[in-house]
Design a protein around this ligand. Structure first.
Ligand SMILES: *Cc1c(COP(=O)(O)O)cnc(C)c1O
Length: 237
């Protein structure tokens, strides 16, 4: 590795710190470390910082806004997989299907259909996660656990979309038990995915766990973590 600028050394230190913490948790709970995908959440950071983190070993990056993906895409090293982790409006799907590997935030049939349409155009199978909102009524996005079976049934008819798991954004709660309970519910829904028997629905990724709650998330079955501030520091805006 050849870094031109020593000033990114802090990224290396923070990344190594979180990786060893994930290893520690994996050992504690008996989960293979290789089974965990770490996504560096790069929203608000510029391409130079993101590229430095890629040189230090980040191989997945997550952005929550389509505009930000579009703005940075050409400047980011091609050695990385892109994740859209934030809310996606139907009219913006056309800009990203050719760029992202996994869309975490699908929460309606209308959105899945639009993704399918553009996946057909791009001659790809677009992998997606369904965003589930377990309990928190203050969150605008994500479907309820009760609506999941019907949405899966509809999506199972789409030819160019593959559901690879579920995503959850934890509510801002101070009660660790509430948080854990939500994660447990997510895990149950996740493990049930393959019992439906749909060809394009599988349980590969359970995307939950951010900087403040990844330990509980891992303990409750997460295998895809979305970590921003613990790697990159305080967000810029
Ligand atoms: C910003 C963001 C994260 C990362 O949050 P941190 O607390 O900085 O780790 C994870 N998931 C989503 C959907 C986000 O928007």
């Amino acid at each position: 590795m050849k870094m031109q600028d020593e000033s990114y050394e802090y990224l290396n230190i923070q990344l190594k710190t979180i990786e060893s913490d994930i290893k520690r948790i994996c050992e504690k709970i008996g989960k293979p470390y290789e089974d965990v995908t770490l996504i560096g959440v790069t929203k608000t950071y510029e391409a130079d910082v993101i590229n430095a983190s890629i040189e230090y070993g980040i191989s997945h990056i997550g952005e929550n806004r389509v505009q930000e993906i579009m703005r940075k895409y050409a400047d980011i090293s091609s050695d990385v997989k892109w994740h859209l982790i934030g809310h996606l409006q139907t009219n913006k799907v056309k800009y990203i299907v050719d760029k992202v590997d996994l869309i975490h935030s699908v929460d309606s049939l209308k959105l899945a259909e639009e993704i399918n349409r553009h996946a057909i155009k791009n001659n790809k199978i677009q992998e997606i996660l369904i965003q589930v909102n377990v309990a928190d009524e203050t969150q605008k996005f994500g479907i309820s656990p009760e609506s999941l079976p019907e949405l899966l049934d509809e999506i199972s008819k789409l030819s160019h979309v593959r559901v690879c798991g579920l995503m959850n954004i934890a509510p801002f709660v101070t009660d660790a038990n509430v948080l854990r309970q939500d994660f447990k519910t997510m895990n149950k829904l996740y493990r049930a995915l393959e019992t439906y028997g749909y060809q394009n629905v599988c349980a590969r990724y359970l995307s939950m766990g951010m900087s403040s709650d990844y330990e509980v998330a891992l303990e409750e079955g997460a295998n895809m973590l979305r970590i921003g501030t613990k790697i990159y520091g305080k967000r810029l805006k």
